[in-house]
Design a protein around this ligand. Structure first.
Ligand code: FAD
Length: 446
């Protein structure tokens, strides 16, 4: 009698360098790949619209790759704890393997499941796959976690080098019979009525093979210009790996291994370090998306949200061209260049005086790379309330930022070319003063 191994895929939609999958194959019993769409477990944040689009296509690609090697991807929907338990019973699985997640609610689901399944006599193993360093392994001299990036990254670099990526399996011994699976189309992850995803389709090719190609192209063609041009939104000098890393179509170990010996990769790898730092922060502060990390910011006197201002920002209709260009790029492609993310976020928080959480929610819904750590982490960074954050009083001036990083206006013209000259919806100088005055309340909070 066989006792199949279930590999529960989550944020790791790849077969190369997938330790849970490799260990399942090594266990020598039939392998069943399972993905659960969980929008019900307490505290699990449902995916935003752009993320759902990506997920649909990434699952399609993963399903094909598994099928080509002999295994099927089983799709189920519901609270993951219950759904995985039921699948284990139904398939009489002897073991369940997965790669770890680091969000608070996700860890609770996984820990509860692990103990229930083990109590039931099943083997359960979890693996490190999504971060170069497990968050609890990077500690200060006094054993606590880091709250400043530079020493954090220095400590990471002093640890043993990240392991080499695992080879891609060529064949997988799948289940003898096909377990029941939902039909991906029935999940309704793709937008319809209206279908707003045309720009996403034009911009992206989700899936592991495209992620690998993108890494290679970036390293061979763009890396040399990265340090010089990464802040210029029209330069196309960055890797565009963020959605691929977010969905685990490529592992950070693969990125590390392929980049580390390339000349001049240090700046790029330290950005991978920021990703690690965001997850490190979330691990130690699970409420990152809802609570100020620096609690003195709880005293910030946010005015009532001007919904017309929030909508103008979301639509890219503020009359501030760099902001509008960024917000239109986001709406069209599900992506925005990092420098412009900082500028648009600063404008929302400090010129429109709208709570960073409203902006974080919009990005959550519209970014293809939205993740539970990087998104709130960076919003809090801009707000000044986060870990190693930009001080609140450093307010980006979008016009100066445009002069400096888009001097020929290539980026703003690309995204706002047809926009008629329009007065900004707020006066940049006046709102800056008002934001600084409001910040005085935070400064006075002990
Ligand atoms: P590259 O410059 O090529 O960097 C390589 C990789 O490093 C990225 O793919 C990403 O995984 C990581 N990285 C780079 N910068 C950061 C950073 N500041 N924080 C964390 N990781 C980083 N990134 C996300 O992946 N998901 C998000 O939801 C997200 N939300 C953001 C919200 C705001 C307000 C801001 C200012 C930034 C946000 N970022 C987020 C970080 C950053 O903008 C993107 O990772 C980057 O623009 C992705 O482009 P790239 O892959 O070409 O980056």
């Amino acid at each position: 009698m066989s006792s199949p191994t279930i590999v529960w895929f989550r944020d790791d939609l790849r077969i190369a360098d997938n330790p849970a999958l490799t260990a399942a194959i090594d266990r020598g019993e039939p392998v069943i790949a399972l993905f659960v769409l969980d929008e019900e477990s307490a505290g699990i944040r449902p995916h935003g619209g752009a993320a759902r689009w990506w997920l649909h296509h990434s699952l399609t690609s993963l399903g094909e790759r598994l099928r080509e090697r002999g295994a099927t991807l089983v799709l189920r929907r519901g609270p993951a704890g219950r759904v995985v338990r039921e699948a284990v019973q139904e398939l009489d699985a002897g073991a369940v393997f997965w790669n770890r997640r680091y969000g608070g609610a996700e860890r609770e689901v996984d820990a509860a499941l692990k103990s229930t399944l083990r109590a039931d006599g099943r083997e359960v193993r979890s693996f490190a796959a999504s971060l170069l360093h497990e968050p609890w392994t990077v500690t200060t001299g006094s054993g606590t976690h880091y709250s400043v990036f530079t020493p954090f990254w220095r400590a990471c670099l002093a640890l043993p080098s990240p392991r080499a990526p695992l080879a891609e399996p060529q064949t997988i011994d799948g289940a003898r019979t096909s377990p029941a699976s939902d039909d991906l189309d029935d999940w309704g992850l793709l937008p319809s009525r209206p279908d707003w995803a045309a720009g996403l389709r034009e911009t992206w090719e989700p899936g592991e093979p495209a992620a690998r190609r993108r890494l290679r192209t970036f390293l061979h063609e763009d890396l040399a210009a990265y340090d010089r041009a990464r802040d210029e939104p029209s330069a196309g000098a960055t890797s565009l790996l963020s959605p691929r890393l977010r969905w685990g179509e490529i592992s950070p170990f693969t990125v590390w291994a392929e980049a580390v010996d390339t000349d001049g990769a240090g700046g790029f790898l330290s950005e991978i370090g920021w990703r690690e730092f965001a997850w490190h922060t979330l691990f130690h502060f699970p409420d990152l998306a809802t609570k100020n990390l620096r609690r003195e910011f709880d005293a910030f006197p946010w005015p009532r949200v001007e919904s017309a201002h929030l909508e103008a920002w979301q639509r890219g209709d503020t009359g501030v061209r760099l902001v509008d260009a960024g917000m239109r790029e986001l709406w069209r492609t599900g992506f925005m260049h990092n420098r412009v993310r900082m500028v648009t976020a600063s404008f929302l928080i400090k010129n429109l005086m709208i709570d960073w959480r409203r902006g974080e929610e919009w990005f959550w819904d519209t970014l293809v790379d939205a993740d539970g750590a990087s998104n709130p982490f960076n919003w809090q960074w801009v707000a000044g309330s986060g870990a190693d954050a930009a001080p609140y009083f450093r307010i980006f001036n979008p016009e100066l930022q445009a002069k400096k990083f888009d001097p020929q206006g290539l980026y703003v013209t690309q995204w706002t070319g047809d926009q008629l000259a329009q007065e900004p919806i707020v006066d940049l100088g006046e709102t800056r003063k008002a934001a600084l005055a409001a910040y005085d309340v935070v400064k006075r909070t002990p």
